[in-house]
Write a protein that binds this ligand. Structure first.
Ligand code: ATP
Ligand code: MG
Length: 645
């Protein structure tokens, strides 16, 4: 792939950021040479403990066993709320921006404390105690955050299920975690449409006799079904509760939450995170990766139903006493300018989103961006998929006016917090690269026999040593945890992703290992071919998979989405093939290009290549787990218009 620009650390960050290049190197070295000493210091600096730990880290990766700060006691909600009251009771903790641009709300730390305490008391009244599981199926409203923190206050384990999921998907997750309480709303509102959350929840609960209590927030006032005894109105019951709720002092290793993965590669896994290590790494990365400064307004566009929402809307920012923006709507409603209007309205300094949103906004055209000011922006972030260098440059140049560094953060539900990421005052940026490891993270590239690859090269991305926010188990199925992450390469945590390391030690995620292309014996990441395709000005998105090919073993099948207003043609097809040859080489020439008005994505916006692989191979009767697919109609359309081979 041709070399891309290097964007050096901007002078403004060089001078003011908490970590510069020299400090990064020194701290990183210390973090891997003396991890116990390093993490003990950080745990002291970032968190407030009721009692100090007996041991910093205990682990046996061969058995998938990891523990941090054992014997230490703390309460996560106290760390995110109570301890800030002395300094910042009247500071805004949450800026809520409604789906309708005329609706918003500011919640101070004092108000947050009241809300969390009252809800904690209500849950206690309904019998919720330490270790119980509570399912949260909510729109993006402040009550979703109150619910998470109220669970943390009692030591109950929350399982947030994205509000866009169907009754069936909700039912599976309630049963898997054996939740006894469900917190939901009458309806959600997104992009001007109402989503019948309570009615969905009713359908799910019909098959979940274990749920004895369902709290319902009134969001729209819609008529909803009601089961006396089980269902209660949130506002009505919360109002009469006391503002004091005694927090449960938890062991650092007591579970904080269960969260199901996106389902890009198969059936979702119920990832379990614990209290101390998770909170430490999410707080620390929020501080250093976004160079969070006093007074900053910070916006992560994720939904709280995903790990990004957990770590970077709720736990990380609130542990740091930040002002976090929570957005109910979608980036394209009422129009494609919405994100930048919200940035101007609330003077947002940090903006963190996903490549799927960036590509969609890029496809809509520059004018939606340039009609806004965006002068408050200092820093941009991306997460969720490899970002194509073309989309990176657009984000940098058009959105950030070449002023804001972009933090491309690679991590997973299972890693709990950032793992590979630049730091804005320390790291020169290369578009498309998640750059270097965060403190304490020891990435390695393994060949298929499990040998570590030295220097520049590509291979299977694994992590060699434990980190605090690491997955502790797959809920109720530790064997699945071992099988998925620890058995392919004994002694390592295996990520499932492939990566390349360049001469400067920078990491480039090449895609899922399961998706790697093997054309005439040459191995290639899907991300590399896709990035070549989206270089074309008429292409907004591309997904590449392999399919069985008589001569080459695997051929390259490319699904290509054009920019709004562009038409497919044979000439364009040829231009795209030439572009791949020019950027990567003849070996990367797509054999088949199918024009795709839409691509199958998970509800968190990631391309599901495993389904595209089935369509390419014409295995249409066995598409695998499609429960997390955002829009099944996209798949039908791709099947109907499948290219002839
Ligand atoms: P499942 O595990 O159920 O298949 P998933 O892997 O999509 O779903 P997540 O935990 O939400 O579930 O996503 C983590 C994955 O997202 C990573 O393994 C990686 O493939 C991809 N990813 C996340 N951030 C980045 C990034 N900055 N660059 C490249 N890929 C990324
Ligand atoms: Mg995964």
């Amino acid at each position: 792939m041709s070399e891309h620009h290097i964007h050096p650390v901007p002078d403004s960050f060089k001078a003011h950021a908490a970590i510069d290049a020299e400090r990064y190197r020194a701290m990183y070295q210390r973090s891997v040479e003396d991890p116990d000493g390093f993490w003990a210091e950080q745990a002291d600096a970032f968190l407030t403990w009721d009692k100090k730990w007996d041991k910093v880290c205990e682990s046996d990766l061969r058995k998938g066993e990891v523990a941090w700060f054992k014997g230490g006691k703390l309460n996560v909600s106290v760390n995110c709320v109570d301890r800030h009251l002395e300094q910042r009771a009247d500071q805004v903790a949450i800026i809520w921006e409604g789906d309708d641009p005329s609706e918003d709300q500011m919640i101070t730390y004092r108000e947050l404390h009241t809300e969390v305490s009252r809800l904690g008391n209500l849950l206690r009244e309904r019998g919720v105690k330490k270790g119980d599981r509570v399912c949260i199926y909510m729109p993006m409203i402040p009550e979703a955050t109150y619910a998470m923190l109220a669970c943390a206050r009692l030591g109950a384990i929350h399982s947030v299920v994205f509000g866009g999921f169907s009754p069936d998907a909700l039912k599976d997750r309630i049963l898997d975690a054996d939740c006894q309480v469900l917190i939901t709303a009458d309806e959600g509102v997104r992009g001007g449409k109402h989503i019948p959350l309570k009615n969905n929840a009713d359908k799910a609960m019909n098959a979940c006799p274990g749920v004895h209590t369902c709290l319902v927030v009134k969001r729209t006032g819609a008529d909803v079904g009601w089961k006396e005894g089980r269902d209660i109105w949130y506002e009505q019951e919360v109002e009469r509760q006391s503002d004091h709720c005694e927090p449960e002092s938890m062991d650092a290793e007591d579970p904080l939450f269960i969260l199901y993965t996106s389902g890009s590669t198969g059936k979702p896994k119920g990832v379990l995170h614990t209290s101390g290590g998770y909170l430490l790494q999410s707080a620390m990365t929020h501080k250093y990766v976004f160079d969070h400064q006093e007074g900053d307004v910070y916006w992560c566009t994720a939904d709280v139903g995903w790990v990004t929402g957990h770590s970077y809307i709720v736990y990380g920012p609130l542990a740091n006493g930040a002002t976090t923006l929570m957005f109910e709507g979608v980036p394209t409603y009422p129009d494609a300018s919405r994100c930048w209007q919200v940035v101007d309205k609330h003077m947002v300094n940090t903006f963190y989103t996903a490549p799927t949103a960036i590509r969609a906004l890029m496809g809509a055209g520059d004018k939606w961006v340039t009609q806004t000011s965006r002068q408050s922006l200092k820093l941009l972030g991306t997460v969720g998929e490899p970002i194509n260098p073309e989309a990176w440059e657009w984000y940098y140049r058009v959105v950030g006016e070449s002023r804001c560094p972009i933090m491309d953060t690679w991590w997973q539900t299972e890693t709990g917090a950032h793992m590979l990421t630049p730091l804005p005052g320390a790291t020169d940026l290369k578009p498309g690269s998640a750059t270097l490891p965060f403190f304490g993270v020891q990435p390695v590239l393994l060949d298929n026999e499990g040998h570590e690859i030295e220097g520049a090269g590509s291979g299977n991305l694994a992590i060699k040593a434990p980190w605090p926010s690491q997955i502790r188990t797959v809920y109720g199925d530790h064997q699945r945890c071992i099988d998925t992450y620890y058995s392919a390469y004994p002694g390592y945590y295996f990520t499932g992703d492939g990566a390349r390391r360049d001469e400067d030690g920078y990491y480039w995620i090449t895609g899922r290992v399961d998706d790697v292309l093997n054309v005439s014996g040459h191995r290639m990441g899907t991300a590399e071919v896709e990035s070549a395709l989206v270089l074309h000005p008429k292409v907004s998105e591309a997904a590449v998979v392999g399919y069985p090919h008589d001569i080459k073993g695997q051929g390259i099948y490319a699904y290509v989405t054009l920019m709004g207003g562009e038409e497919p043609s044979d000439a364009l097809r040829k231009e795209l093939i030439d572009l791949c040859v020019q950027e990567i080489g003849a070996i990367a020439k797509p054999d088949i290009i199918q024009w795709a008005p839409g691509l199958p994505k998970t509800r968190s916006g990631k391309i599901m290549r495993r389904i595209l692989r089935k369509i390419a191979a014409n295995e249409l009767d066995n598409l695998g787990d499609t429960s997390t697919l955002a829009d099944p109609a996209v798949v039908d359309d791709l099947i109907d218009n499948r290219a002839n081979q």
